[in-house]
Design a protein around this ligand. Structure first.
Ligand code: 13P
Ligand code: SF4
Length: 322
């Protein structure tokens, strides 16, 4: 089977109901489909579970399925694989990378860690398994503050790779963590001017901002939080209009949960697009999902020696997030 481009490149039988076939194959193979909130709407709709990075890792860790299909980017599949080395873990398109994970090369990160003995190493989940292998505790944007707060006040900490999240956690906790200089190209693109313009045209709108965004964008936010925290804020607050500065895929669940509220995607600095999409997150399609289940490919593989090290900081995070 040809998976040269990162996905199973096989023709789909004509006339089939692809959604029904995905559900049938899922049952036949005792598979579970997990999808991140940034996935295409049709992928979110067919998934058994949707969630942010933390929730997806938690669900994978307790799954009893034989096959885990992670509709997200490769580092999410790797995290699931490290937690479930005995299971088949599939990412329907393994070419789905992450600019943030790419901004932290494992060899360079190891040098950085070794140059700072005595430091506790905290890595954002958006990293390769190889980087997690040099990490003491993994965090996500949902639990980073809580985990940093739980460490002794005088603990010396390295935080990587997202400089914006790291600065934000430094500000919230009063720490001075040493930061790796990485970033997500999607979250760094939001335009302050365009957000302020939208606010002017929508008086009363609340600005929701992910902490991977640059500090000036965080400053104009009414709420800064992880994907799930922003969703919860929109659902639970009495306000009815929101400008959303995170990947626009989350609007699908926001609209579903709050059909009477208005959600406006915040636009990027450049280009004519009115929202900010992660092209890698959008690589998973129903066709790729169907073929990945049918052929059980492409499988996510993690070197067992790396997995043995990487599982420790991931498990520590899961323990600390209970
Ligand atoms: P969360 O799912 O933790 O909010 O992270 C956002 C993200 O960019 C995932 O790639
Ligand atoms: Fe990576 Fe950013 Fe895409 Fe999330 S939105 S997968 S951090 S590139």
């Amino acid at each position: 089977m040809n998976v040269d481009n990162g996905y199973v490149d096989a023709p789909i039988e004509s006339g089939i109901d692809i959604k029904k076939e995905i559900v049938r194959l899922k049952k036949e193979k005792n598979a579970v489909i997990l999808a991140h909130y940034y996935q295409r709407p049709e992928i979110q709709d067919i998934a058994d579970y949707i969630g942010d990075s933390l929730a997806l890792a938690q669900i994978a860790a307790r799954s009893t399925a034989d096959v885990i299909v992670m509709c997200g980017v490769l580092f999410m599949g790797e995290t699931a694989k490290v937690l479930c080395m005995d299971k088949k873990v599939i990412v329907p398109d393994v070419s789905a990378g992450c600019s943030l994970a790419d901004s932290c090369n494992a060899v360079e990160f190891e040098k950085f860690v070794k140059a700072h003995p005595g430091y506790t190493v905290i890595s954002y989940v958006n990293t390769t398994a190889a980087v997690k292998a040099f990490t003491d505790i993994v965090v996500t944007s949902s639990n980073a503050k809580q985990i940093v707060d739980s460490l002794p006040a005088d603990e010396k900490i390295i935080f990587g790779p997202d400089r914006n999240l790291g600065n934000y956690i430094n500000m919230l906790t009063g720490r001075n963590m040493l930061l790796w200089d990485g970033a997500c190209h999607v979250h760094e693109q939001f335009s302050i001017d365009k957000i302020l313009e939208l606010k002017k045209n929508n008086p009363g709108a609340k600005v929701l901002v992910h902490p991977e965004c640059r500090k000036p964008v965080q400053i104009i936010a009414d709420k800064v939080g992880s994907t799930k925290a922003l969703l919860d804020y929109a659902v639970n607050s009495g306000f009815d209009t929101f400008i959303v500065a995170t990947e626009s895929g989350i609007l699908h669940e926001m609209v579903k949960r709050c059909p009477d509220k208005k959600f406006i995607p915040a636009p990027p600095e450049n280009g004519s697009c009115s929202c900010n999409e992660c092209a890698d997150m959008k690589l998973v399609t129903l066709e790729k999902l169907y073929n990945s289940l049918k052929y059980e490919m492409p499988l996510v593989e993690v070197d067992p020696a790396i997995a043995e090290k990487a599982i420790k900081p991931i498990k520590r995070m899961l323990e600390m997030s209970k």
